[in-house]
Design a protein around this ligand. Structure first.
Ligand SMILES: [Zn+2]
Length: 323
């Protein structure tokens, strides 16, 4: 890397780094690991399409401008709000309302079958049938997957991952078994380790793993909301896509005086991995930064000694001017 850097500097500073960052003449340019250069991320994920995910969680998250991921089983979702078969489950019109507001309604298998105990053909039906009903009822395709019972093996994982941003392979179970202090410890660890926390939540006031009081969850939301400058709360899809793009992105970065030219290269399926990324420019005494990608003037957020903007990783050359 150092040799490459020296050679590149000699021949007018065109540098290709796998992690898309460069430091020349005390100007730091890098793509943030998380949106808006936050320290860590949390995705709140809710299993099994419970009615209370609509009646309680949805308004509480909306109130705090947070978006969640809701894993549903098509077989148990009520077709409409009139002929309710299962009062414990949400309905498709309710899930559609949540999807329109930016929450993720995604695939937890058609009938909650343990995918490691059925044939590959049956696994395909469990996944495909649920994809179809989610798309038909919400208008938005399911791009992630959550294994029923968190049960998976290599074959199941390969089938469930096909054409998706990701599948849930690790989770932090939030339930009556943990105290508010346990939740605080989890958040503090995420901040320290700069990790992505994926919360798994089932029942709220009833059902599997329900809390002793829902206030425990809402208070936890308040604490995370108070740390919103440091914690990105995003859907499983959005954080998963961002991180994959961050890992795969390569950039050519050239600096000439006050002008920095960044050429991003990302070899991923842009239908799936379509999250804008955050670029950060750091320099002591930095006053003004402007950025253009193609014809588009990018919105720059300025902080002391630091500026950031979102860009399209497939959108071509970015011209940055630093003052
Ligand atoms: Zn489940």
């Amino acid at each position: 890397m150092n040799t490459l850097k020296s050679i590149a500097v000699l021949f007018c500073c065109s540098i290709l780094f796998s992690n898309c960052s460069s430091n020349t003449d005390n100007v730091n340019v890098y793509v943030a690991k998380y949106k808006e250069d936050k320290l860590c991320a949390i995705s709140y994920t809710y299993d099994d399409g419970m009615k209370e995910h609509y009646t309680l969680v949805f308004p509480e998250m909306e109130k705090r401008k947070m978006k969640g991921t809701f894993w549903v089983n098509g077989i148990s979702i009520n077709i409409d709000n009139e002929a309710v078969r299962d009062t414990g489950r949400a309905s498709w019109p309710e899930l559609k309302e949540m999807a329109i507001k930016g929450h993720e309604i995604s695939n937890h298998g058609w009938s909650h079958a343990n995918l490691t105990k059925i044939s590959p053909d049956e696994v395909k039906v469990e996944i495909g049938k649920n994809d179809s009903i989610i798309l038909a009822n919400t208008g938005i395709p399911s791009r992630t997957f959550c294994y029923p019972y968190n049960a998976r093996n290599e074959e199941v994982t390969a089938l469930a991952s096909e054409g998706r941003v990701g599948t849930r392979t690790r989770q932090f179970a939030m339930s009556y078994k943990l105290s508010p202090e346990d939740f605080d410890r989890w958040v503090n660890t995420l901040l320290e380790t700069k990790d992505w926390g994926v919360a798994m939540i089932h029942g709220i006031t009833y059902g599997y793993d329900a809390f002793t009081s829902p206030d425990i969850l809402w208070n936890h939301f308040d604490q995370v909301k108070a740390l919103e400058d440091s914690i990105w709360v995003g859907t499983f899809h959005d954080v998963g896509a961002y991180l994959k793009e961050f890992e795969e992105l390569e950039c050519e970065i050239t600096r000439k005086g006050s002008k920095i030219t960044i050429t991003p290269h990302l070899a991923l399926d842009k239908e799936l991995f379509n999250e804008p990324l955050t670029m950060v420019v750091e320099e002591e005494g930095l006053k003004k930064v402007s950025a253009i990608q193609g014809e588009k003037e990018l919105t720059v957020r300025s902080l002391p000694g630091k500026a950031m903007f979102e860009f399209d990783p497939y959108g071509g050359i970015i011209e940055v001017k630093v003052k």
